[in-house]
Structures are given as structure tokens and as C-alpha cells.
Design a protein around this ligand. Structure first.
Ligand SMILES: N[C@@H](CCC(=O)N[C@@H](CS)C(=O)NCC(=O)O)C(=O)O
Length: 219
């Protein structure tokens, strides 16, 4: 079975899927879509993901590509259940998904390139105000995550007990954004403890933006 993974080195949504593929031991070929060059709008890519965003997965044997990171994670969970990234009890699943959505559905969408471009080109917000926006909304999501972890004892080594879950993939991607936008990470110590634990796992550390082949070379 071949898997083509359309991503971009610094995409937070692509990061989540990259980690899942690695944790589940699935080999894939990553095809960069340069978001800074606008390649997501090319007709060839729109034929793969009509939304014009990464990630997208083309899996041999499936009639259509998969898109939207949480939908892709869900597919991978059902199609390749071991190791599982979701708890089995309904209430635990709801908690994990709530944490995942907090990052992937509430925090992250406010900082994607199309929103940043709109702030810059249509609303004419200057750079300082734009950066304030990115920092504010990225931190807000993680601050809420921190409150959940503080108030709800079901966290452990990771977001939900001691097993890596889909919530951790979303936490890690959101922290990657927070580091990029200069958020005050000392204000979210529980989140950062978990992030540090996650970074000890090769699937998470090898998926970091700067380690991708399409990332700019560092001098
Ligand atoms: N909710 C989507 C977000 C996808 C998304 O917006 N990805 C960004 C990169 S992180 C993108 O490709 N944006 C293109 C653009 O905004 O033009 C998901 O989780 O897959």
C-alpha cells in the first residue's frame, strides 16, 4: 500500500498527521506543497484537496484523497488501530476529542496563511498587530488546555493518562505554533511538561518543522 502525504514543513495540521503516520509505523512519501509560494491554489493541487490546504493523503486503493487533519487521524485510527491513539471509553474519547478540537478547530484556524493574508492584504493590519493576533489566539487555546489539565485529574504523563492520544498530537502542533509566535510558554507549565515528554518520542521529534526536507537550510 503506498501513501502519498501532501504537507508543508511548517504546517501545524500536517505535523499532526506526520506524527500519526510515524506512530502507526506507516511508510509514506511526503510531497511538499509550498504554501508560501501559493502552491495550495494550483489547479493540480486543488484536484487533490479542493479546499486548497494541507495535509492531504492519497492512499492506494482509496477512490478519493483524504483531507482535514482530524478526519485523516480518524481514518488512520480505524484503518490502522494499533497502536491506538484513542481511549476506548466513551467519556474518555469525548475528553480527548475536546482537547484535540480545542487546538485544531478553535486555536489553529485563526492563524493559517489564508487568515494571515486576509489580515495583511484586505484589512491592512500592520505587522505588529498581525503578530499580536497570532500570538493571542495561539496562546488562548493553550491556556484553555492548561486549565483543563489543571482542573481534570485524567491527565498524566500525557494529556490523557500515560498513553499518547490524538490530543497530544494536537497539543504538540499548537505548541510548535506558540514557539513560532513567541507566546509566553512559562504561563502554561502543565502543557509544556507534556510537550517535553512528547519530544522524547522519535515520532514527535522527527516530525518537527525544522527537520523536514523542504524546511529552509539552517546556517
Ligand atoms: N482544519 C484543517 C486546516 C488545514 C489548513 O488550513 N492547513 C494550512 C496549513 S497548517 C494550509 O494549508 N493553509 C493554506 C492557506 O491558508 O492558504 C486541518 O486540520 O487539516
Amino acid at each position: 500500500m503506498s501513501i502519498k502525504f501532501y504537507g508543508f514543513w511548517r504546517s501545524l495540521a500536517a505535523y499532526r498527521v506526520r506524527v500519526s503516520l510515524k506512530l502507526k509505523g506507516l511508510a509514506y512519501e511526503e510531497i511538499p506543497v509550498n504554501l508560501l509560494a501559493g502552491e495550495q491554489h494550483d489547479s493540480a493541487y486543488l484536484a487533490i484537496n479542493p479546499q486548497g490546504a494541507v495535509p492531504a493523503l492519497v492512499i492506494e486503493g482509496l477512490s478519493k484523497p483524504l483531507f482535514q487533519s482530524l478526519a485523516i487521524l480518524d481514518y488512520l485510527e480505524y484503518a490502522h488501530p494499533i497502536p491506538s491513539l484513542m481511549p476506548s471509553l466513551p467519556a474518555d474519547r469525548a475528553r480527548v476529542l475536546a482537547l484535540a478540537h480545542l487546538c485544531a478547530s478553535d486555536g489553529h484556524p485563526l492563524v493559517v496563511p489564508r487568515v494571515r493574508n486576509y489580515l495583511q492584504n484586505t484589512l491592512k493590519l500592520e505587522e505588529t498587530a498581525r503578530n499580536q493576533w497570532l500570538q493571542h489566539w495561539t496562546f488562548e487555546a493553550l491556556n484553555a488546555y492548561e486549565r483543563v489539565l489543571t482542573q481534570d485529574p485524567r491527565g498524566g504523563r500525557f494529556s490523557h493518562g500515560d498513553q499518547v492520544s490524538v490530543a497530544d498530537l494536537c497539543l504538540a502542533s499548537q505548541v510548535v505554533g506558540a514557539e513560532l509566535f513567541g507566546c509566553e510558554l512559562v504561563r502554561i507549565p502543565r502543557v509544556m511538561d507534556i510537550f517535553k515528554e512528547l519530544m522524547t518520542l522519535p515520532a514527535f521529534s522527527a516530525s518537527m518543522p525544522k527537520r523536514q526536507s523542504d524546511a529552509p537550510q539552517q546556517n
